[in-house]
Design a protein around this ligand. Structure first.
Ligand SMILES: O=P(O)(O)OC[C@H]1O[C@@H](O)[C@H](O)[C@@H](O)[C@@H]1O
Length: 211
């Protein structure tokens, strides 16, 4: 599997993805977390907090954290579940996806451990393929139930996008959807606007989004 696996200053193994136009991405085994995505002009597209704590078992604030098997505090586990503060492994058998034999794709896997089963008694394999191509970063998550009984879970890619001018940002496609306004006592509203714009901090949770 030809790929660039390096250890950064904090000792965290990091996979560097590159592709011919010059864009790049960096993925930590810790959390299976994308922590950098640069375009062909080497401009960073993801936000990473300057206060991010890069020492396990802390979660890293920035990039694309993976929330599994719980989102937020919607359950009995720690905030956003435990996948983001576990050490993942390289996945040598991503079947049925074809193996990623190039420098612009990586397959990672997280399997439940005995310790995990004590706090969340479901035996699972969580896989993630990260693929970089010109102008695009694709993440394909897959969850396999290794138990003989069903289970339900939550999964979120918690993207932190870097924005140079927030007044230029519009989010479309949410009109008519219900949402919780988390900074307003989690009151429930129905979105009326055809595009959301931002003039301050907001934390909104929309339901039934189709992407
Ligand atoms: O601080 P954490 O646990 O990394 O969570 C990150 C963010 O997760 C979001 O889901 C919450 O709405 C935010 O309020 C929070 O800041």
């Amino acid at each position: 599997m030809p790929m660039n696996l390096v250890h950064d200053v904090d000792g965290l193994p990091r996979i560097i993805l590159t592709e011919p136009t010059g864009s790049s991405a960096e993925v930590l085994l810790y959390g299976g977390q994308v922590v950098s995505w640069k375009n062909e002009r080497r401009e960073e597209l993801l936000f990473m907090s300057s206060k991010a704590n890069w020492k396990p078992p802390r979660a890293i604030r920035g990039g694309i954290p993976i929330c599994f098997p719980q989102f937020g505090n919607l359950g009995s586990l720690e905030q956003h579940g435990f996948a983001r503060n576990r050490m993942w492994s390289l996945d040598s058998d991503p079947s049925p996806l074809p193996p990623a034999n190039n420098q612009s794709s990586v397959d990672l896997i997280l399997k439940s451990t005995e310790e995990d089963l004590k706090i969340w008694p479901r035996c699972f394999e969580l896989r993630l393929r990260v693929t970089l191509s010109a102008g695009r970063l694709t993440l394909i998550p897959r969850v396999r139930n290794m138990d003989n009984k069903t289970f339900s879970f939550m999964f979120t890619l918690c993207n932190y996008f870097s924005v140079s001018d927030i007044s230029e940002v519009r989010v479309e496609g949410l009109e008519t959807l219900d949402y919780f306004d988390n900074l307003n006592n989690r009151q429930r509203f129905t979105e009326q606007a055809d595009a959301i714009t931002f003039d301050g901090e907001v934390v909104l949770s929309y339901f039934h989004i189709h992407v």
